[in-house]
Write a protein that binds this ligand. Structure first.
Ligand code: HEM
Length: 148
């Protein structure tokens, strides 16, 4: 999630129909690239994600948070007063705890056909520019979602 210049609450939402790309992935979806040199490349990718200036969070299909980069932890730490848990303990939490009506997010995230989603969300005094897209495994099956 990125912080926007606006402080007003808004509900802008834009969804786009998914398109299947030639590799079997979907246009606009996060994909795990093929890695010819294996674990070392993956570690490199991980470190790129860790240090990316934009906020990145990943959850699995149960909506358990599996990855949070440093920018996310820093951003959430600034908003700690408005969150139900300490941001340092966010890994392993279910995203439901952050949502007013979790059934809405569960519905949206139940199918890649509903993604990507773009929305301006309000957390305390901040308006966050939320983008959520599906994450796919090597077989093209949805295995989670990425919020940035
Ligand atoms: C991987 C992690 C997360 C995912 C996949 C996710 C997903 C979503 C989705 C799909 C929406 C609905 C957007 C719409 O339909 O317009 C949403 C809304 C929202 N999210 Fe998250 N979210 C995540 C983490 C968080 C966290 C950590 C927070 C707390 C800072 C948060 C706070 C909110 C709020 C405040 C809204 C709008 C109001 C509400 O529904 O409660 N989300 N999120």
């Amino acid at each position: 999630m990125t912080e926007t210049l606006s402080n007003s609450s808004a509900n802008g939402r834009a969804t786009a129909p998914h398109k299947v790309s030639p590799r079997g992935g979907r246009a606009g979806a996060a994909a795990v690239p093929a890695s010819p040199s294996g674990a070392r490349d993956l570690a490199g990718m991980r470190s790129v994600l860790d240090d990316l200036p934009m906020r990145v969070m990943l959850c699995d299909l149960d909506l358990t948070i599996r990855y949070v980069n440093k920018a996310s932890v820093a951003g959430l730490t600034e908003l700690a007063a408005y969150l139900p848990i300490d941001p340092a303990a966010i890994l392993g939490q279910n995203i439901d705890i952050f949502h007013k009506d979790p059934s809405h997010q569960r519905r949206v995230l139940s199918s890649a056909d509903n993604l990507p989603v773009h929305s301006l969300i309000q957390v305390g005094p901040e308006t966050l520019d939320l983008n959520v897209q599906a994450v796919f495994d090597e077989d093209g099956a949805m295995c989670g979602a990425m919020a940035s």
